[in-house]
Ligand binder design. Structure first.
Ligand code: SF4
Length: 331
C-alpha cells in the first residue's frame, strides 16, 4: 500500500488550502530475493517515485509499508534510516551529475561506509580496493576525479558506491539510459554478474522494454501512479493482458527467440490525463481502444483471477474476452 503525494499550489485554492498530486497511489508489489523486478512505464507514471520512496529518497509524503525479510524498514528515526540505507542502496540514472566532481573516485565509493558504518579506516580501504576490482576499474584510477572518467566508467563508480555497504536490495534507476548503446550492454552485463556474485535483489526502473526483457525476472507496468499489470517476464512479454502493456510491447522489436514478436504496432491515441484531475474509473480510459462505458466510473482492481499474472482491467475481470484480442479487433 505504498503511496507518495506532493503538495502543489493551484490557482484559486487560496492560502491555507493545499492540494496534492498523488504520484504513487496505493500500490503493492513483491520482489523475490536474488531476483530482478522491473518497474516500467512512461514519464510521469510514478515508477521512479515509487522506487525511490522505498529508499526514502523522495521529498513528498510517503505512506504504506516496505517490508524486507519480514520487517517494516520504513524508518522512524535517524538510526533506523542508517540501518535501512545499509540494506537498500541506489544506482542513479545520470553518472555525470550523481558523482561529486570535487571528490576522488575512492572517496565517492567510500562515502556510504563513512556515513553509515563504523568500520576502521583500514577495512574501508580494503573494501574500496575490492569494489574497484569487482566493477572492472584499475587500482590506479582510485585517485582520479569524475571528469577524468568516461560515462560508462562513472557508472561503474556509482555501482561500486552502491555495493559498498553490502546491501541486500539495489534500486537501479534507469542506470543505462544516459549511456551509449555499446556501453549500456557492458553495464547491464556487469549488473547481472554482480547480482549472482553477491546475491543481490534489484528493483530496476526503466522505460526501455528492450533493456527490461534482458534484465528482469518479473515486471510491473505503471500508468498514472497505479500498477496496471504485474507478472513474470515470460508471461508478460508473451501474453500481455492490459491494453496499455500491449501497446508498449508493440513498440519494441524483439530478437529473443523465447519471446513473442509484437511488432504490429498498437498506437495509443491522445495524452495521459491531468494528474490533478484523474478520471473516476480506469485511468487509461481516455486512451484505451477497447474502453467500455463502465470503465469511466469503476476503478479496475489489480487481480489475477487465481493466477500470479495480475492485471487491472475490467475486460480481464469479466473474463469474457482477452484484452489483446479486443485491441486487435478494435483496430
Ligand atoms: Fe481499457 Fe476499460 Fe481495461 Fe481500462 S478497464 S484498460 S478503459 S478496457
Amino acid at each position: 500500500n505504498l503511496s507518495v503525494r506532493f503538495p502543489v499550489g493551484r490557482k484559486g485554492t487560496g492560502w491555507g488550502q493545499t492540494s496534492y498530486l498523488t504520484a504513487v497511489d496505493d500500490i503493492s508489489f513483491t520482489v523475490r530475493k536474488g531476483e530482478t523486478l522491473a518497474i516500467v512505464g512512461e514519464s510521469g507514471s510514478g515508477k521512479t517515485t515509487a522506487a525511490l520512496a522505498i529508499a526514502q529518497l523522495v521529498a513528498g509524503e510517503t505512506s504504506g509499508e516496505v517490508v524486507l525479510d519480514g520487517q517494516d524498514i520504513m524508518p522512524a528515526g535517524r538510526d533506523q534510516l542508517r540501518a535501512m540505507r545499509r540494506k537498500v542502496q541506489v544506482i542513479f540514472q545520470d553518472p555525470y551529475s550523481s558523482l561529486n566532481p570535487r571528490k576522488r573516485a575512492e572517496e565517492i565509493v567510500r562515502e556510504p561506509l563513512d556515513n553509515l558504518t563504523n568500520k576502521p579506516a583500514r577495512e574501508k580501504r580494503e573494501i574500496v580496493d575490492r569494489l574497484f576490482q569487482a566493477v572492472g576499474l584499475r587500482p590506479e584510477q582510485k585517485r582520479l576525479f569524475p571528469h577524468q572518467f568516461s560515462g560508462g566508467q562513472r557508472q561503474r563508480i556509482g555501482i561500486a558506491r552502491a555495493l559498498s555497504t553490502q546491501p541486500e536490495v539495489i534500486i537501479c534507476d534507469e542506470p543505462v539510459s544516459a549511456l551509449d548503446v555499446a556501453v549500456q550492454a557492458q553495464i547491464l552485463n556487469l549488473l547481472r554478474r554482480l547480482q549472482s556474485e553477491f546475491g543481490l535483489t534489484y528493483i530496476f526502473i526503466s522505460h526501455d522494454l528492450g533493456v527490461v526483457q534482458h534484465m528482469c525476472d518479473s515486471v510491473a507496468v505503471m500508468y498514472m501512479g497505479k500498477i496496471v499489470e504485474h507478472a513474470d517476464r515470460l508471461a508478460l512479454f508473451n501474453n500481455p493482458q492490459h491494453p496499455y502493456t500491449a501497446a508498449l510491447l508493440s513498440a519494441v522489436p524483439s530478437i529473443d527467440p523465447t519471446l513473442r514478436d509484437h511488432s504490429k504496432r498498437i498506437l495509443i491515441p491522445g495524452d495521459p490525463p491531468d494528474p490533478l484531475n484523474l478520471p473516476a474509473g480506469c485511468r487509461f480510459v481516455s486512451r484505451c481502444p477497447v474502453a467500455q462505458l463502465h470503465c469511466r466510473e469503476l476503478v479496475p482492481e489489480l487481480t489475477g483471477n487465481g493466477t500470479e499474472h495480475l492485471t487491472a482491467c475490467h475486460l480481464v475481470d469479466a473474463d469474457l474476452v482477452s484484452p489483446m484480442q479486443a485491441v486487435r479487433e478494435a483496430e
